[in-house]
Design a protein around this ligand. Structure first.
Ligand code: COA
Length: 332
């Protein structure tokens, strides 16, 4: 029997659009304050696209950044998996648009829709393709343009979200080298009612009526999402650690989806992880949905919280509800 193949993350690239929306800007748009946003959520500013920029554009920029730090021939890419809930359009998939814009000739790909767990679910999927032994270079991308579905008159929503993207390259690990170790994931569809965009799908196709009723915006019951996220992120991280006979003390770096600073710190406390092991950049980017985890990986590298050989715990909870946690031995 051939030896099992392990996937590793061998490169990273991220991108946020240049335009900033600060809390001071939001104070002029809705009834809110910088102090409230900083205390309740932990966001200072977020980046938003200009008109005419879609998720595929952010994804392509993220891949270009990846190529700068880790040059290789893009024609070798076997598969493109894109986590997004804000595709440029219903179809074709963002993966097809990315393939075309990057001119990768002999590949295939698809999108994964898992809300704020989108990057983790795309990563789990890409990992399985590499582990199959047949795939040697898989691009896993998380990209979201949340501003496209944000009601900028709804103060409980518009303060939270930003736009951004990140891409990683998955390759087979060398003999004896670690990589992506394990994952857990779960969906609980009862949570669909608390975070969703009802308009524009097959149930409520776009019409004047759906637009008048603001059905193309994010609808969120923040309290319910918050309560679930705190409980579930702890549960999923503990589950993946226990499966691997590890505890929070073994983890070198905790990289969680950045939805609310309080959700991340509550999970870290439960796992008894000190602040220096926890990556937080929500203050600079807000919640970029599938973009948050690669953006936080980038921050971790820049802040030297993440080094080759580190045991990294990734975690996310999102619309669906979806949730997951992944253990990675960092490879570069
Ligand atoms: N500025 C000032 N006040 C605001 C506000 C804002 N931007 N948004 C809401 N409020 C008000 C509410 O209207 C409410 O006022 P009331 O008591 O007079 O009714 C009060 O603040 C408390 O609202 P509540 O919803 O209980 O606040 P909260 O502490 O739960 O914080 C969220 C709201 C949305 C920040 C928080 O629930 C949250 O982060 N939820 C998770 C959202 C999320 O992560 N979504 C993505 C999932 S991946």
């Amino acid at each position: 029997m051939s030896k099992p193949v392990r996937a590793k993350i061998s490169a990273l690239g991220t991108y946020v659009p240049p335009r900033l929306l600060t809390n001071a800007d939001l104070e002029k748009m809705v009834d809110t304050t910088n102090d409230w946003i900083m205390e309740r959520v932990g966001i200072r500013e977020r980046h938003l696209v200009d008109k005419g920029v879609g998720a595929s554009d952010l994804a392509v920029e993220a891949v270009k950044k990846l190529l700068k730090s880790h040059p290789f021939d893009l024609q070798q890419v076997d598969l493109i998996v894109v986590g997004t809930v804000t595709p440029d359009m219903m179809y074709p998939s963002t993966a097809c648009l990315v393939q075309h814009k990057l001119g990768i000739e002999n590949t295939w790909g698809f999108d994964v829709s898992a809300g704020c767990s989108g990057f983790l679910y795309a990563l789990n999927t890409g990992t399985k393709f590499v582990e199959s032994g047949r795939y040697k270079k898989v691009l896993v991308i998380g990209a979201d343009v949340n501003s496209s579905m944000t009601d900028f008159t709804d103060r409980a929503v518009c303060i939270i979200f930003g736009d951004g993207a990140g891409a990683v390259l998955l390759e087979p690990a060398e003999e004896g080298e670690d990589g992506i170790i394990d994952h857990v994931a779960q969906v609980e569809g009862m949570g669909g009612q608390y975070l969703y965009m009802p308009g524009g799908g097959s149930l409520n196709p776009a019409s004047h009526d759906t637009v008048d009723q603001k059905m193309h915006y994010i609808h969120q019951d923040g309290k319910q999402v918050f309560k679930y996220a705190v409980k579930k992120m702890s549960e999923m991280t503990e589950r993946v650690l226990e499966r691997n006979k590890l505890t929070g003390k073994d983890v070198d770096c905790f990289i969680a989806h950045q939805a609310n600073r309080r959700i991340i710190t509550a999970t870290a406390e439960r796992l008894e992880m000190p602040a220096e092991k926890v990556v937080i950049n929500i203050d600079r980017f807000g919640n970029t949905t599938a973009g948050t985890i690669p953006l936080a990986m980038q921050t971790a590298l820049e802040e030297k919280k993440l080094k080759k050989g580190n045991l990294v715990l990734l975690a996310a909870v999102g619309a669906g509800f979806t949730s997951g946690a992944t253990l990675v031995r960092w490879a570069f």
